[in-house]
Design a binder for this molecule. Structure first.
Ligand code: 5AD
Ligand code: SF4
Length: 459
């Protein structure tokens, strides 16, 4: 078989698991390796370097990494037989949480790099080449990471931009505070510089990301007097950058949803009317046991305030069923809350016992088949809400940002303000721009529509 990759240079294959933070980190790793001569490979076969950027949030996510490492062991042996060498690196949250265990369980791994250490990948690669054995780097130094990251290349009209990392909330089910460390905010100047560079490359929409993105706080930029800024001020500031037409942020915590951010959602048109605001459960007893720091009523009132400020806002959430001690009445309270709020989309999970978290040691763990039942009931309710929300768009005219060509000739796929995929017959020249689309139909996972004006359709 011929190798489709260019003969010059080396190749890196990166597989990303988990959240947007990892998607962003993977992009940055690719950017960091480029000056070292690494081109990005589409498959792991024959790559010089394979990076698994891992997720530790649920047991299944962590186990996937070990099965993938089994497959890579064979590819590494194939490459060695052919006289080449494949280095394997495990990055991300499994690396942080289980560093030494990984190299013990999977000796084919050459490097283990925590989420705050991947900017040191070039050094680690050089070190791994010099020494035999495995190299471990799982230090926490977020500021250093951001300082050392190279300027990035944009891919397409949308981009993630990390503004905050880490979490101090310590929900009792969650590993994030242990794997990603304490809350850290990037400073305004660094964020603005990255946003400007993205805009100059044609990016129209930026999604500000952070484990607790709305906990972001920092001093105002140089030359601006006044108190600390919160995410609302940051969004208003970024909205003034030429070329940036849409701003989103994720993931938010109900406790950090302050008045400044709610006002910005109401007043700043570039802020999209879509908010991911996880509540996890609807029973106050379970919310307390989860250490969420708020009640169901507080959440519902908060949503009312947000809707008063921005009536067209669509909501998304995360839910966990079967947290220890969750009775069927507690679960009914979750369904009731979902009914009250009404979600445009949502993610729901069975509780997964994570070693080292307080939840793992709690009494009254819920039986697996009970969790299955509850998840099925919750997901069917959430799915009905999602479909109803999509169907409610029929007849509406929505601004759509076209991101990529569709499967059929002459078709483009874009996103509505509510993050729905929209399929439209449209000229290629509209790729990367926003146009008004009249929504005409829904499919299970997307909307279909037509360009509003004849001029646009003919452009
Ligand atoms: N079990 C199940 N779901 C979890 N999440 C976080 N930790 C766990 C766990 N131990 C979910 C939460 C969170 C989302 C990112 O993942 O809903 O908001
Ligand atoms: Fe995990 Fe809770 Fe922090 Fe979210 S807020 S990252 S669920 S500990």
């Amino acid at each position: 078989m011929t190798d489709p990759r260019p003969k010059q240079g080396k190749s890196v294959f990166i597989r990303t698991y988990g959240c947007q933070m990892n998607v962003y980190d993977s992009e940055r790793m690719a950017g960091l390796l480029k000056p070292l001569g690494y081109g990005v490979a589409e498959t792991p076969e024959g790559a010089d370097l394979v990076i698994l950027n891992t997720c530790h949030i649920r047991e299944k996510a962590a186990e996937k990494v070990y099965s993938e490492l089994g497959r890579l062991k064979r590819l590494k042996a194939d490459k060695a037989k052919a006289g080449g060498e494949m280095k394997i690196a495990v990055a991300g949250c499994v690396a942080q949480a289980e560093g030494p265990e990984i190299t013990a369980r999977a000796p084919q791994v050459d490097m283990v790099v925590g989420p705050q250490a991947y900017h040191r990948l070039p050094e680690l690669i050089a070190k791994a080449a010099r020494e035999r054995g495995d190299v471990l780097d799982t230090d926490f130094a977020v500021e250093e990471k951001f300082d050392r990251l190279a300027a990035r290349e944009a891919e397409g009209p949308t981009a993630f931009l990390t503004v905050q990392e880490g979490c101090d909330k310590f929900c009792t089910f969650c590993v994030v505070p242990y794997t990603r460390g304490a809350e850290v905010s990037r400073n305004v100047d660094a964020i603005v510089a990255e946003a400007r560079s993205l805009a100059a490359q044609g990016v129209k929409e930026i999604t500000l990301i952070g484990q607790n993105v709305n906990a972001w706080a920092s001093n105002p930029p140089a030359g601006v007097v006044g108190d600390q800024w919160g995410l609302g001020e940051l969004c208003r500031h970024l909205a003034r950058i030429d070329g940036i037409e849409r701003i989103r942020f994720t993931t938010s915590h109900p406790r950090d949803m302050d008045d400044g951010l709610i006002a910005a959602l109401g007043e700043e048109e570039k802020l999209m009317p879509y908010l991911h605001l996880p509540v996890q459960a609807g029973s106050d007893k379970i919310l307390k046991a989860m250490n969420r720091g708020h009640t169901a009523e507080h959440y519902v009132k908060l949503i009312e305030r947000i809707r008063a400020a921005r009536p067209d806002i669509a909501l998304s959430g995360d839910f966990i069923v079967g947290f220890p001690g969750e009775t069927s009445e507690d679960f009914e309270a979750t369904l009731a809350l979902v009914d009250t709020v009404g979600y445009a989309s949502a993610y729901s999970f069975k509780y997964s016992r994570r070693p080292g978290t307080p939840g793992a040691a709690m009494q009254k763990q819920v039986a697996e088949d009970e969790k299955d039942d509850r998840l099925a009931r919750l997901q069917s309710l959430l799915e009905r809400q999602r479909q109803a929300f999509n169907e409610a768009q029929i007849g509406a005219e929505l601004p759509v940002l076209f991101e990529k060509p569709g499967r059929h000739e002459g078709q483009l796929i874009g996103r509505s303000p509510y993050l729905q995929s929209v399929h439209v017959e449209a000229p290629q020249s509209l790729l990367g721009s926003v146009a008004k689309v009249k929504i005409e139909g829904v499919t299970p996972n997307a909307l279909a529509g037509a360009l509003k004006t004849k001029e646009e359709a003919a452009a």
